[in-house]
Design a protein. Structure first.
Length: 567
């Protein structure tokens, strides 16, 4: 006879889990001895908060396409841990949440502190999680726990991917599992099998004809193209037929932005070249992009106007095509599958040279890749200086992870990325503090890459203890802290008397050293470039002994988050 907790760990392994991220409490604590038994096959990563653990699980899923597992005690997994769960929901990252009702044997209805059963005197963890997940199962019997975990993995991986949760009635975790004649359990594999539907061939024929007939076709590439296969196919299609590629924020970095077909990232904080090229398009092809108002200037008709432009939309979820704008053609299917089918069809190659000439003229006219002049006070840098250092310094071996705030706006709008798939950025709720645990998870997935995290002083203060996890788990990363001593975006938006936006000074480099990391402070662009190069060399050459490096950059508090006046 086995126990529920042993069966759950076995099911995690059956479902392909090889990492789980946690700050354990109650029910998860009771399971740890079973994880110890399989520690060579399933690595449990200890974080210093549920927020950090949830973000690491979300980013692990985002980068691998396999559910990241987040485990935590009910009241904290569903509140502090909601940060990563919501990011997974909005950005379509596969994630499995394993938590409990945080109740004690026989006392679930007595209002015991921390109880999340939904009874009188308690909160309801199942209801809380169901508002932010694709699926939330609630297991009150041992056999339900196994089946519920199998279904959580199933739902997390189906289009559109996202978070799924299993809530365990706490007392069953340590309970023995007797043989059940009526409730028989089956291997997980049979529940997880999935064959995606092939895109409709006549619809792809029609899309190819629309592209062939268009004079100025523009592809809007979104999150749906952020896989190695999709990125390669997108670059091939655009180059072969001379199709302009503009990206959403979530699609940023899907293509080499120095390629002749790239016009940059769209939006309020995007490139003028992308916005203007989209506005003059006679055909817009949205591939894996929601066309959400947030990155299209809230349905600015100068960018998209269905009355004067044809619109085709490709999405893995049929509900997303025609969601924000009415479309002339909707194709349901994986972006890579559709582009592979388009690669076999004529796309108006005879007009390639004219299309490319129009793209080049547009990019010259609107200064694509040209940063506006920006000066900083003595002894400090401007965000534009950080962008220029990254432009000179980034190599194909680097991964670049961003956080929220001014630094993200400047980098996504001003930095032309040359290596597709290099960027990892918060694309769901986009909250402060995401970047540091995201960088740790990125290093966990990409062991052979150098991971650079750019984050503000506000964001890093929220999840600073991630550095301790990086030391403990041997995840050396380089962290650039843009320290402007306050909430830059909020400060800028106030446009008047400032309140609740300025922070007292903190020495982040010293704090990093106290956690076992390297910590340096710089106030010149050349010093930042040198420190970045030294950190990369130390990490890539240091092997198992390498430690994270934090580079604290003095940023002018008056540097605005508005890169230019006409975006």
């Amino acid at each position: 006879m086995t126990t529920t907790k042993r069966a759950l760990v076995s099911t995690l392994l059956e479902c392909g889990a090889d990492h789980a991220f946690t700050l354990p409490g109650l029910g998860v604590t009771w399971m740890l001895d079973e994880f110890y038994e399989v520690r060579e096959r399933l690595r449990v990563v200890l974080a210093r908060s549920e927020q950090i653990a949830s973000v690491m699980a979300q980013v692990y899923g985002k980068l691998t396409g396999r559910p990241g597992v987040f485990m935590g005690q009910g009241p904290f997994a569903s509140t502090t841990g909601a940060f990563g769960i919501l990011e997974a929901r909005f950005s379509g990252s596969p994630m499995v949440v394993l938590t409990d009702t945080s109740c004690y044997d026989g006392f679930g209805m007595y209002g015991v502190y921390q109880t999340m059963t939904g009874d009188y005197g308690a909160a309801d963890v199942r209801t809380v999680l169901s508002t932010m997940t694709k699926y939330t199962g609630y297991a009150t019997e041992p056999h339900e726990a196994v089946y519920g975990l199998q279904l959580a993995f199933k739902h997390a991986q189906l289009p559109r991917m996202g978070p799924a949760a299993l809530v365990l009635k706490s007392p069953i975790i340590r309970r023995e599992m007797p043989e059940q004649a009526r409730v028989k359990l089956y291997p997980s594999d049979g529940y997880l099998r999935y064959t995606p539907a092939r895109p409709d061939a006549p619809a792809v024929d029609r899309l190819a004809a629309m592209i062939a007939q268009a004079r100025h076709p523009v592809i809007v590439a979104g999150q749906g193209v952020q896989s190695a296969r999709a990125r390669a196919l997108l670059a091939q299609l655009a180059e072969r037929a001379g199709i302009a590629v503009a990206t959403s924020y979530n699609g940023k970095g899907a293509v080499d932005e120095t390629a002749p077909t790239s016009v940059g990232m769209l939006g309020t904080w995007g490139a003028r070249s992308a916005n203007r090229m989209l506005g003059r398009a006679d055909l817009l092809v949205a591939i894996g992009a929601s066309l959400g108002p947030d990155y299209l200037r809230f349905r600015d008709e100068a960018l998209i106007d269905p009355s004067r432009q044809k619109i085709a939309q490709v999405d893995v979820d049929a509900r997303h095509a025609g969601w924000v704008y009415p479309v002339d053609l909707a194709i349901t299917g994986d972006a890579a599958d559709v582009m592979a089918m388009l690669a076999e069809r004529p796309l108006g190659e005879a007009g390639r040279d004219a299309r490319l000439a129009a793209i080049a003229a547009n990019n010259r006219e609107h200064g694509f890749g040209v940063l506006p002049a920006a000066a900083a006070a003595a002894g400090s840098l401007h965000y534009a200086d950080i962008v220029r250092v990254l432009d000179r310094s980034l190599t194909p071996q680097d991964m670049l992870v961003l956080d929220a705030g001014n630094n993200r706006i400047w980098i996504t709008s001003g930095l032309r990325l040359r290596t597709p798939g290099q960027l990892v950025a918060p694309g769901g709720i986009g909250g402060m503090g995401w970047g540091l645990p995201a960088a740790a998870a990125t290093r966990l997935v990409h062991r052979d890459r150098h991971v650079i995290c750019v984050i503000g002083d506000g964001g890093i203060a929220m999840t600073l203890s991630t550095l301790a996890t990086c030391v403990q788990e041997r995840l050396p990363i380089t962290v650039i802290v843009a320290n402007n001593h306050g909430l830059g975006m909020v400060r800028d938006n106030m446009k008047g008397r400032r309140i609740a936006v300025d922070f007292s000074p903190m020495d982040f480099a010293a704090i990093a050293r106290g956690m076992g990391c390297n910590g340096v402070r710089v106030d010149r662009a050349d010093a930042l470039g040198d420190a970045l190069a030294q950190s990369r060399a130390a990490i890539l050459n240091g092997g198992e002994g390498a430690v994270p490096t934090l580079i604290e950059v003095a940023v002018d508090p008056e540097a605005s988050h508005v890169p230019a006046s006409d975006y």
